[in-house]
Design a protein around this ligand. Structure first.
Ligand SMILES: *Cc1c(COP(=O)(O)O)cnc(C)c1O
Length: 452
């Protein structure tokens, strides 16, 4: 039996894995979510310590995917998608950092984007079809998606980004490619980009274009993000069944959802710390039980997390048997007690983020970047409030390379972070100009109709 996927809005029929991946978003604007979550034995999870990341991936993901992608093809997809290192380093006592920033765009989004690109190409190839990927980015998604799909034969990519809210390097990761990749800068915020994309998906005039999404709303992006939880877990524990704490820098909550699914699959976790910046809608929700978006979203130095209404909240709430729609209206309360048992969430403001970057360098002579710093600060806060859990190991997820935020790092610790090779190449490349001025949805629609 294949596992089916329902929409978090419950207004459209269940689909199989392939349909969920190809569509990206459900027809009723909900997100596709697993009907049931397969289980792994703790003995098997512990034995992952002897396996490589892509081997863990073959085991974990085939549980979810079933036979829709044959074993040999899945091996090939994961072997080429996850071909970079994922180092884990002990920082102090029981606190570790897992570096998710060693992929080609130096962002943790390489995990999901590269895997999804290859899965989509596989499905389209097998059906002899083509697709256009629409993606909104608050910083890093765009680069990871553009690079991941670059030169795929059956897929074209359109990325929308907020012109004034991303770094030069983040922009260049999208604008220097050309070929099947179009990057469009918007005078607005991430949420505006997101709205344009969502409107296009729902627009019946665009039905003739096979539109799909590679945002974290696509389950195919989310699924591979379970893997670094299994991986890092297997590298730090000494005993079978040992529980660890994860601190997760969170924006659209795809990162955290990967962890929560891994947890439901059997990964022994003591607690998830959802670390957010000043966009504090989630910690507020946990505290008050009343959900209120942050509108407009706040501009923080951890810019990939400047999200006032996380899209994956729909899945999170669904996992705890509640329902929230794409507008942020809660139709059914989730089991908040259970959420409190499993997740804590802290908002870390820019001042503390900066102080954390400076202190971290002082103390450990290592550079941490703004997103990882939000996670680290939240972990330290947790350690202070819950000293009874100090015996549990904790893994903080570092989601980007410090070299992506040079001005910030230099101003705080007076050191220029070393640029990884993959970024250096991009830095010196020519950018393609903005192809179209998009001020309202009409402009975007016109562009799509004329070009695809
Ligand atoms: C996207 C991103 C995050 C947040 O991940 P979500 O899945 O949106 O919660 C954190 N750090 C970096 C560097 C990112 O690019």
């Amino acid at each position: 039996m294949e596992i089916k996927f329902h929409s978090t809005n419950y207004n459209t029929p269940d689909v199989d894995f392939k349909t969920a991946i190809i569509r990206g978003q459900a027809l009723d604007k909900g997100l596709y979510m697993l009907n049931e979550i397969p289980k792994l034995e703790s003995t098997q999870i512990f034995s992952f310590k002897d396996l490589e990341l892509f081997e863990i991936g073959n085991i974990v993901l085939s549980k979810i995917i079933g036979k829709i992608i044959p074993e040999q093809n899945l091996k090939e997809i994961l072997g080429t998608a996850l071909n970079f290192k994922v180092p884990i380093e002990k920082i102090s006592n029981n606190d570790y950092i897992c570096y998710l920033d060693k992929g080609p765009t130096c962002s943790f989004k390489d995990f999901g984007a590269r895997t999804l690109a290859r899965m989509m190409e596989y499905f389209l190839e097998s059906e002899d079809k083509n697709a256009v990927i629409l993606t909104a980015t608050s910083g890093d998604t765009g680069g990871a998606v553009a690079q991941a799909f670059y030169k795929m034969r059956r897929i074209k990519v359109v990325v929308l980004y907020p012109k004034d809210e991303i770094s030069d390097l983040q922009r260049k990761q999208m604008t220097t490619l050309g070929q099947n990749v179009t990057a469009i800068g918007i005078n607005g915020k991430f949420d505006d980009c997101q709205r344009l994309v969502k409107t296009a998906f729902a627009d019946s005039d665009l039905k003739h274009i096979n539109l799909s999404s590679a945002n974290s709303i696509n389950f195919g992006r989310l699924m591979p993000q379970t893997l670094y939880y299994f991986w890092s877990y297997s590298r730090v524990v000494e005993n079978k069944g040992e529980k660890v704490i994860f601190s997760v820098p969170s924006g659209n909550f795809g990162n955290l959802m990967g962890g929560l699914i891994a947890f439901r699959m059997g990964l022994p976790v003591r607690k998830f710390i959802s670390a957010v910046n000043e966009n504090d809608e989630f910690p507020n929700y946990l505290e008050t039980g009343i959900y209120k978006k942050v509108e407009p979203s706040k501009k923080c130095i951890s810019n990939a997390m400047n999200v006032g209404h996380p899209s994956n909240l729909a899945r999170l709430i669904d996992l705890y048997r509640g329902q929230i729609d794409e507008l942020g209206i809660v139709h059914k309360d989730p089991d908040l007690n259970k959420i409190h048992q499993e997740i804590v969430s802290y908002s870390i403001d820019d001042n503390l983020t900066k102080k954390t970057i400076a202190d971290f360098y002082q103390k450990y002579k290592k550079i941490i970047e703004p997103h990882g710093a939000v996670g680290w600060a939240a972990l330290q806060k947790y350690r202070e409030i819950y000293p009874e859990n100090n015996n549990f190991k904790a893994i903080n997820l570092e989601t980007a390379d410090p070299a992506k935020f040079p001005e910030e790092i230099i101003s705080l610790i007076n050191i220029t972070p070393k640029i990884p090779n993959s970024l250096e190449i991009i830095q010196n490349k020519e950018e393609f100009p903005n192809q179209v001025e998009v001020n309202e949805y009409r402009d975007f629609k016109k562009f799509l109709r004329e070009n695809f």
